[in-house]
Design a protein around this ligand. Structure first.
Ligand code: A3P
Length: 299
């Protein structure tokens, strides 16, 4: 495949308010097309807050649907081409809506980081299936920080303390983590075609979560195929795999931090100071006081 040429992007984007959340222009410039996107009943939307395990679940679904029998033109494409990023519009690479509109395989797997209230309404009207992945806030913000450090199409993260406080204030790109995870949890109460997964559960027992996905999607994948998929989607395998490790995307500087960075639960303990942790817990308690979604407390 041809490497996309991002050399025309020379400076980091700035954050602005858009539809009530913090955004950057790469995710808003195509907004009319995003808003009016025509979903199909068999589409599967993978929705996450950035850095919650999007690529992981995308690859699991990709293998479940296209694994053994995928045409060459499909498997020779990296995951970010196989699973269009709905709201992305980088000009040097086809926009998410364009990629999705031109897809010939089905079901279409489409990823988004939009909060639930900004999802194009056709997904709900078509009753498309939605797989949401949530990750505990502390590991999520750590992963987001390292991602923004190494990715020139992301806003300048500043230092760790600045980045952490932006997250706590709900000003990170794609809006407050707190509202994001709660919004989809609330949606699940009335929209039965939504499966809510947790990154920590995937780490604990990937095979069990693959089974849950299969039940949700009505797939009768054989036990041996499931076992193979579970093996292929382990962190080390995906880190070695050029189609999933983002090494083909020249906007990322792996010398600063790799995309497949650690893949662990609890890495926040290597980043938060005692004071930051106390402050974070206080803010978390306040922001989550009415939340019905429950994250593991032992992390
Ligand atoms: P870390 O930065 O903590 O390592 P996303 O795909 O939403 O951008 O999320 C990326 C995060 O998911 C990174 O977290 C990455 O390492 C982790 N990840 C991706 N594939 C994984 C896997 N197979 N097992 C565990 N973690 C994985």
């Amino acid at each position: 495949m041809d490497m996309p040429d991002f050399s025309s992007i020379s400076s980091r984007p700035t954050i602005f308010e858009f539809e009530g959340i913090s955004m950057i222009n790469h995710f808003t410039e195509n907004w009319e097309k995003v808003k009016n996107f025509q979903a199909r009943p068999d589409d599967i939307l993978i929705a996450t807050y950035p850095k919650a395990g999007t690529t992981w679940v995308s690859y699991i679904l990709d293998l479940l649907y296209f694994g053994e029998n995928a045409p060459e033109e499909h498997t020779s494409q990296p995951i970010y081409m196989r699973v269009p990023f709905l709201e992305s519009c980088f000009k040097v690479i086809a926009s998410g809506t364009e990629l999705a509109d031109n897809m010939t395989t089905s079901p279409r797997l489409i990823k988004t980081h939009l909060p639930v209230q900004l999802i194009p309404k056709s997904f709900w009207e078509q009753n498309s299936r939605v797989v949401y992945v949530a990750r505990n806030a502390k590991d999520n913000v750590v992963s987001y920080f390292h991602f923004d450090r190494m990715n020139i199409v992301e806003p300048d993260p500043g230092d760790w303390n600045t980045f952490l406080h932006r997250f706590m204030d709900g000003k990170s790109v794609f809006g407050p983590w707190y509202d994001h995870v709660n919004g989809y949890w609330e949606k699940k109460q009335t929209y039965s075609n939504l499966l809510y997964l947790f990154y920590e559960d995937l780490v604990e027992d990937t095979g069990r979560e693959v089974d849950r996905l299969c039940s949700f999607l009505g797939l009768s994948t054989s036990v041996s195929d499931r076992e193979k998929i579970t093996k292929d989607v382990q962190f080390d395998a995906m880190k070695q795999n050029k189609m999933t490790n983002y090494s083909t995307l020249p906007v990322m500087d792996f010398k600063i931090s790799p995309f497949m960075r650690k893949g662990k639960v609890g890495d926040w303990k290597n980043h938060f100071t005692v004071a930051q942790n106390e402050q974070f817990d206080e803010v978390y308690k306040e922001k989550m006081k009415n939340a019905t979604v429950k994250f593991r407390t032992e992390i």
